[in-house]
Design a protein around this ligand. Structure first.
Ligand SMILES: [Cu+2]
Length: 341
């Protein structure tokens, strides 16, 4: 239960409110049960020849009436107390200082998360997917938007939920106070693969975060340049597409050619190449991400191969076509994608 293992100020307030509510409601439940058991034990036992109990007048009603009045009063006070605690928590949540905040935009797609980091100091803006990294101790303002249906942003360890309604951009602010890895998820049913719409959240020390973000902001290395450098006589240095079957090219350069041949670039961006599709996740730093397809699979070569060949059998309904690639093309493509660190 990550919601009860808070790693930020706001999640701590929410967890405190939860514990208070549990205590009060649990106490009331225990009292009601105790009174019920006492009443059952003390109730007169009837036998076959007991006469019906008929009471006239209200003398015997006094005690129960007083008990009911007391119970009502106590319940009212407890409920008002919970409302007050709720309002106090709500106000505390919205009062996070956000000076010098990190700005990230997260866009919910069926069924993955696009993460757009705004330019920060000297670092240019960059885009990633299904992974949110934040620096410990610095407030983060996440702008939320949906590309299709209603999704809900939820990182239980850091804050409560925030609905992402199409056409109504909103924001959520939080701060991670301890380093750690948390789970983020979509908390609103958004179609067939709603359960497979998670993202990883990592709170890093500021230096480690900066190193990660600097890397993510870089474009991918161009394998054709690497191939050309290794064998200067190759024509691969030219920016024109290289034939997928050219055996002289380094495998990664061939992988990139397969990427273009198979139409991957229509849906995916790899910064530093001509691939600039936006229907699917940005793949510039694919190999640095812990999972594939929004937390569906661990990111390793076997899963990546299975995903590329038949994403639909792993995540039915997904908007990525089947790619029955010849084995060498697939291996070259995998080799290339693995260089996207
Ligand atoms: Cu969703």
């Amino acid at each position: 239960m990550q919601a009860l293992e808070p790693a930020g100020v706001q999640a701590t307030r929410i967890a405190d409110l939860w514990h208070l509510t549990l205590l009060v409601c649990g106490g009331v439940f225990a009292c009601v049960l105790a009174v019920l058991i006492i009443a059952l034990l003390r109730a007169p036992r009837a036998s076959a020849d007991t006469r019906p109990l008929v009471v006239h007048g209200d003398a015997s009603e006094k005690r129960p009436t007083r008990a009911v009045l007391w119970a009502t009063a106590v319940s009212t006070v407890l409920l008002i107390g919970l409302v007050v605690a709720d309002v106090v928590t709500e106000r505390a949540l919205s009062r996070l200082p956000v000076a010098n905040a990190l700005h990230v935009e997260m866009i919910g797609h069926q069924w993955w998360w696009e993460t757009r980091y705004a330019a920060d100091g000297d670092r240019p803006a960059f885009t990633g997917a299904n992974e949110l990294r934040v620096p410990v101790g610095r407030p983060v303002i996440v702008s939320l938007r949906s590309a299709d249906v209603i999704h809900t942003f939820w990182v239980p360890s850091l804050h409560g939920k925030k609905d992402m309604i199409p056409g109504r951009p909103t924001t959520i602010e939080f701060r991670a106070d301890a380093p750690g890895e948390f789970r983020g998820l979509c908390a609103e049913f958004c179609g067939e693969q709603h359960a497979m719409m998670a993202f990883s959240v990592k709170a890093d020390a500021p230096d480690a975060f900066a190193a990660w973000a600097d890397r993510q902001a870089l474009p991918a290395p161009d394998p054709r340049k690497a191939a050309a450098a290794a064998a200067p006589s190759l024509p691969g240095a030219a920016p024109a597409a290289v034939p997928a079957s050219d055996p002289r090219l380094a495998d990664t350069a061939r992988g990139l050619a397969v990427f273009f041949d198979k139409g991957c670039a229509q849906c995916h961006t790899i910064r530093g190449t001509h691939a600039n599709g936006t229907l699917g996740p940005d793949l510039t730093h694919l190999a640095s991400r812990p999972t594939l397809a929004a937390g569906t699979l661990a990111n390793n070569r076997g899963n990546l191969a299975g995903w590329i060949v038949d994403a639909n059998s792993l995540k039915p309904g997904v908007m990525m076509p089947i790619n029955r690639l010849p084995p060498d093309d697939l291996q070259a493509l995998l080799g290339y994608l693995e260089t996207l660190q």
